[in-house]
Design a protein around this ligand. Sequence first.
Ligand code: ADP
Ligand code: MG
Ligand code: ZN
Length: 646
Amino acid sequence: MQRPVRFSFGYYLAMFAAIFLLQSMLFSGYKTKEIAYSQFRSWIAEGRVEDAVITEGKIVGELKEPEEAGKPDGGTVSPPSKQTPWHLSTLWNWITRTEAEIEAARARARAEEERHFTVVALPDPELINLLQRQGVEYRGKVESKWLSNFFLNWIVPFGILFLLWGFLMRKMQQGPNALKVGQSKAKVFEADPENRVHFSDVAGVDEAIEEVSEVVSFLKEPDRYTRLGAKLPKGLLLIGPPGTGKTLLARAIAGEAEVPFFSLSGSDFLEMFVGVGAARVRDLFAAAKEKAPCIIFIDELDAIGKSRGHPAAPVGGYDERENTLNQLLVELDGFDERVAVVLMGATNRPEVLDPALMRPGRFDRQVLVDRPHREGRRAILEVHARSLVLGADVDFADIAAQTPGFVGADLANLCNEAALLASRDDHASVEMRDFQNAIERVIGGLEKKGNFITAEERRIVAYHESGHTLVGHFTAGADPVQKVSIVPRGRAALGYTMQAPLEDRYLRSRDELLGHIRVLLGGRAAEEIVFGEVSTGASDDLVKASTIARDMLTIYGMSERLPNLSLMHQSETSFLGKGSELVPHSAEVEQAISAEQLEILAAQYAAAKETIGKHRDELETLATRLLAREKLESGDLLEILGARSA
Ligand code: ADP
Ligand code: MG
Ligand code: ZN
């Protein structure tokens, strides 16, 4: 690419200097000292003035040599020398015409049908007399204005425009700060000692920390690794769901690694100006190479790293993001292996990233920052509870057990909610019940106050939730019920039953999935048994149950009629991602799936009804207690239902 000439700072300086020089040459013949007109006149009268040049507006005079004239003025004007002769200038007194003269001029103009007339002001006629009397040599001079006019009206404005243009050009192409367009926004992250994040602040992601700190040690002592011929890893990509602590982990690295840390977000590269993203990438890497060893961290990498040729990309058009990505790939390849710069990225959408980014030599290490396990959740809670005043009864292991699926951000929020609730209720410390309420609040949303549901509706909800609870308790594969509530909440509608798996699970057996469906259908089953009719309250349950049933058949190959069939299509375009489209399939297959889905739902509904029918008394007890107390915890449930038979 051809680059326009660069205008350096020195260039501007020279230009300004030239302008000033030209100006002073044009406008001031001599160095003069300005004095009062009265002073000037009195010096003429005293015979000190050698000569005078009268121009339009001012008089410039030269004093006689001091031997002839003596000290010109009690010392206020320093004595003349060869370099600075006594040039004095003064504005002469204008003698304007009298009213009568002006009127005459006007009349003359009218007579000649002119609209404009001029009244010329004249220099003080007495001055001329005085000069003549003193024998001062005097002269009049009409200053030619064209040169200065030319300069003022043409050169100066054009010069300013030209300078501005040069300035803009410069900013556009190499980028720096003033316009904030081209330059990389990366800042060397100065971990401020107050808010410094340490690895100990990031809990529950020990594997990720291990992996990441290994990279940090590469940077600190590269020789240890290159000694045996190994190449330093270039790029490390943190992948994981939102809120699991990827950004936090990067900040911890900045705090722990004693190397410069450039941090910026993927969207910082993108502006409305074409070519800016690529320029920023170039700048960033140039700066990083200078500071090596160092770390570059690009958060939300998917903003630029989206797969090229993605359906969302404009067809055939120029795509700024794609260009930026290309530049990033080029810079990654251009890295000298011995330059200790490690690129780190974070994303929660690895499936959209361009496969080229993940090639060896680029982001060649992927670190999964996953949802924390139970133990991890406990550790994260402990981190965030450091700043809280805790009650003696707070059991983080218990809270962790009740919060499957929560990520670090949720747990941080949970701790804060608990503290807010405790403050609101004027507790001396944050107690276990505050955490319990906070969990419900985070899961279900705010409690709805007021009697907006009728007593009859409340009864239906109580039996519905009791149905879930009962079926959950008596179904072998189902997760145990932790609590059940009929307090209406923002999101969870009229009531909810919370089940928590005893362990975080990655694999589920067919029986467990069926058990889950049965519990979901337990609510409606109870309504039907008790009231003889069903309500809309079960709609959410039905969606979930139907989805599980269908997933069993189309994803997990758990069908009896179409065993081991998966209809998922693994898309080739993305490297890590699982394309989530279903492959096209025949109407017969679809029919078989639908039929089996219906069978599964029907069988589990029947099983749920059977369980409830068998334990009808317990259902009554549960519902009555719920109506009285609104919430039941696992202890109450054990008391009513007995130990789980499973
Ligand atoms: P993301 O993975 O989306 O970048 P963040 O790092 O921004 O998530 O996490 C948001 C907040 O959640 C953090 O500032 C921190 O308070 C909390 N958090 C998330 N993960 C953890 C963790 N593993 N340990 C401690 N706190 C965490
Ligand atoms: Mg983040
Ligand atoms: Zn329900």
